[in-house]
Write a protein that binds this ligand. Sequence first.
Ligand code: DAH
Length: 341
Amino acid sequence: MAHADIERVEREGLAALAAIDDLAALDDWRVTWLGKSGTASGLLRGIGALAAEERPAFGAAVNTMKQALEGALDERAAVLRAAALADEMAGDAIDVTLPGTRPPQGGLHPATVADRRALQIYAEMGFQVYLSREVETDEMNFELLNMPKHHPARDMQDTFYISDEVVLRTHTSPGQIRAMRAYAPEPIRIVLPGMVYRSEQVTVRSEMQFTQIEGLAIGPGITMADLKGTISNFAGRYYGEDRPIRFRASYFPFTEPSAEVDVRCTCGGEGCKLCKGTGWLEIMGCGMVHPVVLKNGGYDPARVSGFAFGGGTMRTQMLAHQIDDIRHYWANDLRFLEQLR
Ligand code: DAH
């Protein structure tokens, strides 16, 4: 039994302590090294083997060593407690500065976006929005627009019949009659957006339902020049001033004379697949309201005249955004819808 034993016990005790990394194990260590029948006390039990004069110094040295171990135990416990607290805090941490999870947000449908863009321009020109029904009578959709039963022009619009007399409107033009009847004999200047339906084979270029915007202006002295001015102004704002447009003579039963409006194709006029080599893309039909239609709406063709126009808005948007398939519109694929809202 010698002082060397005391040093050895201290060294080994400290080494064992340093290897402990959880609080529960510290207690076992305390029992093993500092407890009543622990290693340090064991040294004291052997004290009887020493010469009487060596005993006090030996006992004191053992006590000093025990104090050193106790001090080290306290220190180790403090370190482990701090680490446990830090662990717990890290686990429960809430960083209030992190952005939250946003709930998915809906948006406007591309067809609505297209309509609103055009309506905005017409509104700035003084047109009011007039809404009309999608389920129409055959009379409104055709007859009062100068297309009696068996008129060949009906073939241009394959129709969904609900009954012999009721149809899904094939164009927004019947809204003209409803607006005229609501306002005659006052002058009117309206635009009429909405969904129309045709019993068509669905292809890349044609859908069974699509959106149109109809325009109608009626009043004393309205001429074809007003029509051309209005549409040229619209096209300039919608497609840009430098995009050429042209008016091409055409036929519609409800206008006389009638025209179709073309805008320069995105190919710049050289001719491509999109414009089928013509250099032009049709955007709407238009004309001076036929006297019979004015009369059907409640106006006196001898006192007022008017112009009308109408065309699909989805197609226009397709051209502007290089959308190559009209079927995207109703396919409900968010990857498409989210791009244009
Ligand atoms: N309703 C016609 C269609 O859907 C388009 C049209 C042509 C509307 C001439 C008009 C117009 O108002 O004057 O094909």
